[in-house]
Design a protein around this ligand. Structure first.
Ligand SMILES: NC(=O)c1ccc[n+]([C@@H]2O[C@H](COP(=O)([O-])OP(=O)(O)OC[C@H]3O[C@@H](n4cnc5c(N)ncnc54)[C@H](OP(=O)(O)O)[C@@H]3O)[C@@H](O)[C@H]2O)c1
Length: 232
């Protein structure tokens, strides 16, 4: 099978590329580093020649709903259009667990991405996962300096490697529209994880928490997991 990974140089993208190669698939990794800017789509039709399945794990780091919607709708439309021209049979996209009803900030872009895929003509599988273990480091690295300000929330982290393998499992199968969410085995408090990571890395950084506003709190706050307790 020939699989294209859009965002193949990113955190989860690298794992998807490796998993697909290890299983003997021919893999095309698409990103700006590899010469294709998906916001313009230039060169994409050529890159998708002979491709059976596209796994989309592109990303834009932003808290602006407007910027997130623009990025994910533009990139998704460009990929879907190139897929239609080249006969790609299956579009697999990675989204995030629990984002329904949170049509704001970064999540607005992910919901827009899901809607764009659902409205399109290419058979698809939307896979949602919880935050990666590596998300904690991504957050800390985005806040250089002595203080890290993190939202007060619970998460069920999953390894990005496992998510990459899961996406290749899905690419090998039939389009499912939506598939079962992939989440880690236990609840963790984001700030606790960050403190443990800082200690493990031997760094000095103070972690402060701020409460999530409104609907974000309802979906990701402590109450959502309260019935299960913190670590079961
Ligand atoms: N992080 C998490 O905890 C988590 C959890 C659940 C789901 N997800 C989803 O997983 C996806 C991947 O996340 P990640 O953390 O692995 O992302 P990442 O490390 O930021 O990687 C993003 C990838 O997208 C590519 N990219 C960005 N802009 C591009 C453009 N204009 N044209 C072509 N390629 C572009 C980047 O390559 P270049 O910079 O070379 O272009 C890179 O390969 C996201 O959609 C995210 O919503 C993430």
């Amino acid at each position: 099978m020939k699989i294209a990974v859009a965002g193949g140089t990113g955190l989860v993208g690298k794992f998807a590329v490796t998993a697909a190669e290890n299983r003997g698939h021919e893999v095309v990794s698409i990103s700006r580093k590899n010469g294709i800017d998906l916001t313009s789509g230039e060169g994409l039709v050529e890159a998708l020649g002979g491709v059976d399945v596209v796994i989309d794990v592109t990303n834009k780091t932003t808290l602006s709903a407007k910027a997130a919607r623009k990025f994910f709708s533009t990139v998704t439309n460009n990929i879907l259009s190139a897929e239609a021209q080249t006969g790609v049979k299956h579009h697999v996209a990675l989204s995030i667990v629990g984002i329904d009803e949170i049509d704001g900030g970064y999540y607005a872009g992910k919901l827009e991405q899901e809607r764009t895929i659902q409205k399109g003509t290419i058979p698809y599988t939307i896979a949602r996962s919880s935050q990666f273990h590596e998300f904690v480091t991504q957050q800390l690295q985005s806040m250089p300096g002595p203080i890290a300000l993190l939202p007060k929330c619970l998460m069920r982290p999953v390894a990005a490697r496992e998510v990459g393998q899961h996406l290749v499992d899905l690419a090998e199968g039939k389009p499912l529209k939506r598939t079962t969410d992939l989440v880690g085995p236990r609840n963790e408090v984001l700030a606790d994880l960050a403190r443990r990571q800082i200690s493990f890395d031997g760094l000095r950084k103070l972690v402060l928490e701020f409460p999530l506003p409104g609907v974000f709190w309802k979906r990701h706050g402590f109450r959502r997991f309260a019935w299960k307790g913190r670590n079961n």
